[in-house]
Structure formats: C-alpha cells, structure tokens
Design a protein. Structure first.
Ligand code: CA
Ligand code: CA
Length: 319
C-alpha cells in the first residue's frame, strides 16, 4: 500500500453537463487555441441566475422562426397564455388566430414552422436547455423564447411591413427583449419609430460587411435608439471577427460571433459565424439581467450590459 498526499481538487460547482468545450463564447479556458477568459463569463453569471421561465422575461427572436420541437429548445419556447391551441379562434383578441408559440409576420398568422435554421441557431445561444443530455446549453437555462418570423421559407429578405408587424406583435405580447440578427433595408422612419417607441429592449446586429457603421450606416443597428444595443462579433482570442462591422460611435459592444455552435433544424447542431451569433449572446445576457432585476429600466439594462464588459484595447476604436 502506498501513501499519497490527500490533495484537494477544486471542482467547478454547478456547471451544466452540456457546457461542452466548443462553447468558448460562454466559457473560454483556452481550449482550441483560444485565450482564457475571452468569453461572456457565463459560469460566473450562473452563480447569480440561470434565467427564469415562469414570470421571467419574454425574449422575442425576430428572425426566420425557430424549430419549436428541437429537443434542446422545446422547454424554453414561449406559450401564449391567452390562446387555446387549434380551435380556429383568436381567443386573446390580439388579431392572430391560434398564435400559441409565436407569430409569422410574413403571413400575418400564427407561427408554425420554418425551413431556415438561422433563427433556431440564435434561439439556442439565448436559451438552449441545460442538463438535458442534449447538445449544448444557452446563456439562459430557463427562458421564454418567442419566435417571430420575418423571413419567408422561400426567401432571405423581409419587407418593412413585415418587420413593423413583427415589432408591434413583440410589443403587444409583452416581449421584454428582442434579438435582431438581421440588417438591411436602409433607413425607414416607420421601422425606427416602431422599435424606438416600444417598451422592449432591442439587441441589433452590427452587420457582416467588415465596414464602419459610423461612416456607412447599417439598419436597424444605426437607428441609434436609446432602448437598444448594437453588437459586433469577437472571436475566441478577443479580436474583432474578420467580417464584423464596427463603429466607435454607433456600435456598443462586441460579443462572441466566430465559430459559434448552436441548435439548427432537424434537431441538429451547427457552427456559424456572424454578428448574427454575437447578438443572441447579448440578448441572452439581457435575459439574465431582466430575470434577476424584473423591474429594471431599459437604460439600466443597457448600462449593466455596457459597464459589465471587459474593456480591451484592441476594441477601443471599434466599439
Ligand atoms: Ca390570438
Ligand atoms: Ca442541452
């Protein structure tokens, strides 16, 4: 028999089993040639809150729609409490029949399904389920994701009318936060007004043209709304994503957006790049903040996001 020193091993308390090492954006220990702590400090936040479903903030994902029965998402999809499914009646009188799990703004009908994975990927970053023996975990372990579809199944562009319907629905149905991983369409004063006069807090992608939004505006990011934050993409070494738009005056924050693994259609997973992927990281953090501080104002929420960052010199002239 051999004696060995009784060393104590420090166990990371409470980390979900599906926080796998590919999720560098949540927790970066230097895996895959990354830089330790080039992440959003998700485990640190989870000591305070892992998000909230019952009574928690509704987070609208204004995008392609979300796979409602993805096994890593289905427990975190919003349910409209005022609507009886499948009875052909607009029970809650909001103008949309049987809108139980979101809104299809392209058809002005209840959201049912999508043929594009983009919105499902965003939703997974915000709130893929934790500890369910499936794939990944999101920034929030518990949440209410409200899918709002603005991109039709047969296309990749949305009209201003569709976007306006989407934002009005999110507001009417009590979304606290909207996540907007889309750009384009130019300056539209009605779209600006709908988002700006909304009670929700909006998270906008900066864009993927590697250009300066201070010089070449990108909308909706460049609407410059008080109740919004604009997000550039960073990589696993805390550098600006090679594709990411930036803007010292008009882009507020950088978040993980390069090589981001998340949920996609057909109950699968995939790794994407984009400010589209950075945006739901910030929307997810906003969800955690609003879970912990249910009465927080939009300005306080924005301040907590902006002053809770790590200031990096390489981003000083970028965001
Ligand atoms: Ca309804
Ligand atoms: Ca999971």
């Amino acid at each position: 028999m051999r004696a060995a020193p009784n060393t104590r091993v420090q166990k990371m308390e409470g980390l979900p089993g599906d926080l796998n090492s590919e999720l560098w954006g949540l927790h970066n220990t230097g895996q895959d040639k990354g830089t330790p702590d080039a992440d959003i400090d998700a485990p640190e936040a989870w000591r305070i809150t892992t998000g909230k479903r019952e009574g928690g903030p509704v987070i609208a994902v204004i995008d392609t729609g979300v796979q409602l029965d993805h096994p890593d998402l289905d427990a975190n999809i919003w349910t409209n409490p005022g609507e009886i499914p499948g009875n052909g009646i607009d029970d809650d009188g909001n103008g949309v029949i049987d809108d139980v799990h979101g809104f299809d703004a392209t058809l002005n009908k209840a959201y049912v399904s999508t043929k594009h994975s983009h919105g499902t990927h965003c939703a997974g970053t915000i709130a893929a389920e934790a500890n369910n023996d499936e794939g990944i975990v999101g920034v929030n372990h518990h949440a209410q994701i409200m899918p709002i579809k603005i991109f039709p199944d047969d296309g990749d562009s949305a009209t201003a009318a569709t976007i306006i319907r989407a934002a009005l629905y999110a507001d009417k149905m009590g979304a606290r936060i909207t996540s907007n991983s889309w750009t384009g369409g130019g300056y539209n004063p009605v779209v600006r007004d709908v988002f700006g006069s909304s009670e929700a807090f909006h998270v906008f992608a900066a864009g993927n043209d590697a250009t300066n939004n201070d010089e070449v505006p990108s909308y909706p990011a460049s609407f410059n709304l008080d109740n919004s934050v604009v997000v550039a993409a960073s990589d696993r070494n805390d550098q600006l994503g090679y594709f990411s738009n930036y803007g010292k005056k008009s882009v507020n924050i950088a978040a993980p957006g390069v090589a981001i693994k998340s949920t996609v259609l057909d109950s699968k997973y995939a790794t994407y790049n984009g400010t589209s992927m950075a945006t739901p990281h910030v929307a997810g953090v906003a969800g955690l903040i609003a879970s912990e501080f249910p009465d927080i104002s939009n300005q306080q929420l924005k301040d907590r996001l902006l002053f809770g960052t790590d200031a990096k010199p390489q981003f000083a002239d970028r965001v």
